[in-house]
Design a protein around this ligand. Structure first.
Ligand code: PNS
Length: 162
């Protein structure tokens, strides 16, 4: 069975992320979307909230499951018996950032990283930019799955603690 890991912070999960997960799901038997916990970074969403939002956004993709991890990703992959990681690329800037990690993960644990070209429609979309625009009152609906958009709006309107 072919399994791909799609790791990230996903704070929050955007339509750009969804595009990559969907295309990975069409090419692997199973895709594990893993929220990587960074204990030094306070996000807009808790890890549980991110997992819930990814799960609802990917509910129509039966071979996608969502998990979490704190620590080296290759340790998680060893535990789970996963040897392939899939990352989305929006630009050559992403490529420059990703290549050292791909090389390091290959040396650490013989993990292969496959890059999928993102949807050019979302090439300018990042979780951090979406949060900044939303907090300043801009419209981020075009960049987010509906559940995520609603959750971001609740955060910026103070209904959930940021
Ligand atoms: O969505 P992000 O923040 O760009 O995702 C980056 C992430 C979480 C995939 C990357 O920082 C990562 O792999 N972190 C896990 C810790 C780890 O294994 N570090 C060594 C990477 S070679």
């Amino acid at each position: 069975m072919s399994i791909a890991l799609c790791p990230g912070s996903f704070d929050p999960f955007t339509l750009g992320h969804r595009f990559v997960v969907e295309r990975a799901a069409a090419r692997f038997d199973e895709v594990v979307v893993t929220v990587v916990v960074n204990p030094n970074k306070q996000g807009m969403f808790t890890v549980d909230e991110r997992i819930d939002l990814i799960s609802s956004t990917c509910a129509d993709l039966p071979n996608v499951r969502v998990d979490r991890w704190r620590g080296l990703l290759v340790d998680y992959m060893r535990n789970e018996g996963i040897t392939t990681m899939v990352k989305g690329l929006r630009s050559t800037v992403d490529f420059e950032y990703e290549v050292p990690m791909a090389q390091m993960n290959r040396e650490l644990a013989d993990v292969e990283t496959l890059f999928l070209w993102g949807d050019p429609k979302f090439a300018h979309v990042s979780s951090s930019l979406v949060k900044e625009v939303a907090k300043l009152g801009g419209d981020v609906e075009p960049f987010l799955p509906p559940d995520v958009f609603a959750a971001v709006m609740r955060k910026v309107n103070g209904e959930l603690s940021v």
